[in-house]
Write a protein that binds this ligand. Structure first.
Ligand code: SF4
Length: 313
């Protein structure tokens, strides 16, 4: 059976979308351009989000002290060894908030990455309160020539949770940034965490309906991971009863119900988080990401669910 996204997988999966769009696999190159975060440098706050351990997401070749050109060269050589047939790349500005700071700094970083012939676009990870009209205007023009996607940290649709994890922005700011980005014709993605303290399974499930109304192109889901050294680790040690971690089975079943309610237009880029073993996670679960994916797809089949099955416009 072919689903509305044009293939037989039961969800609108990112790799298939990229293959359809570009005719081949496109590899992301994670970069650290040295941008800061307003929730750490005092612009909005100083402590950062309670769950944040940015280093856990950066591959080893990422180092803000290295020029972008060097990071790209090292990234390509790293990926060439793993995936011999990859010839197209997206520069992924992932660390911290990559639209925080003056526009000319952003332009310099993005355009240095795009000067490589085989870098066909950029993915910009940022916060919803780090974007303005001028930046959107520049990215809108750039997106006519390259594949440009802004990926906002949504994390939760509930202000109470955002406050509790010290995000220092509201969901209204998130939703406004997503609408303004889409209105400029720029692709827009979002990142959501399941399992944040204070959220019940029901309230998390309800977020499928809330998010489905936004003009998102793609979405990533992560289970809450508790990293050593974070504020959240201390909170957990003080009051473990405030946390209700998913087991792997619970999470996958939750996600099956969730994507049944999710807008079928959303491309799902990720269904769970994966952390390099060098970063200790308290209460870890799950084998490798590809194995989680296989289990998820089997569960979709067993339960005869697909993305958007129960989605209501
Ligand atoms: S999660 Fe993002 S916004 Fe929060 S402290 Fe870390 S880099 Fe900043």
């Amino acid at each position: 059976m072919l689903y509305p996204w044009g293939h037989s997988r039961r969800f609108n999966a990112y790799p298939d979308y990229m293959k359809k769009t570009f005719g081949e696999r496109v590899q992301k190159l994670t970069l650290d351009a040295g941008f800061s975060c307003p929730n750490r440098d005092g612009t909005k706050g100083t402590g950062g989000c309670t769950f944040c351990l940015n280093a856990a997401f950066n591959p080893s070749y990422c180092d803000p002290l290295k020029p972008i050109t060097q990071q790209i060269r090292e990234g390509i050589s790293f990926h060439e060894k793993r995936y011999r047939r990859v010839s197209k790349y997206l520069a992924y500005f992932q660390a911290f908030s990559n639209t925080h700071g003056p526009l000319d700094l952003m332009i310099r970083a993005y355009e240095e990455a795009l000067s490589f012939n085989n870098v066909i676009g950029i993915v910009i990870g940022t916060r919803p309160d780090c974007i303005d009209e001028k930046k959107l205007e520049y990215l809108s023009v750039l997106s006519k020539q390259f594949h440009v996607i802004i990926e906002y940290g949504i994390e939760s649709v509930y202000d109470e949770t955002l406050h509790r994890v010290n995000r220092c922005h509201t969901f209204k700011e998130t939703s406004d940034a997503i609408f303004r980005t889409a209105e400029k014709g720029i692709q827009v993605g979002g990142h959501v965490i399941f399992g944040l303290p204070g959220e019940s399974r029901e309230s998390m499930m309800k977020s499928a309906d809330i998010l489905s109304k936004l003009p998102l192109d793609s979405i990533k889901f992560h289970q809450l991971q508790l990293f050593k050294g974070t504020v959240m680790e201390r909170e957990y040690n003080d009051k473990p009863e405030d946390f209700n971690f998913f087991t792997e089975d619970e999470y996958l079943n939750f996600l099956v119900d969730y994507i049944s309610r999710l807008n079928p237009k959303f491309i799902i880029e990720r269904i769970a988080g994966e952390t390099p073993p060098r970063y200790a996670v308290i209460r870890p679960w799950g084998p490798r990401y590809d194995q989680i994916l296989v289990k998820f797809e089997k569960l979709l089949e067993d339960r005869d669910v697909w993305q958007g099955k129960t989605f209501e416009v």
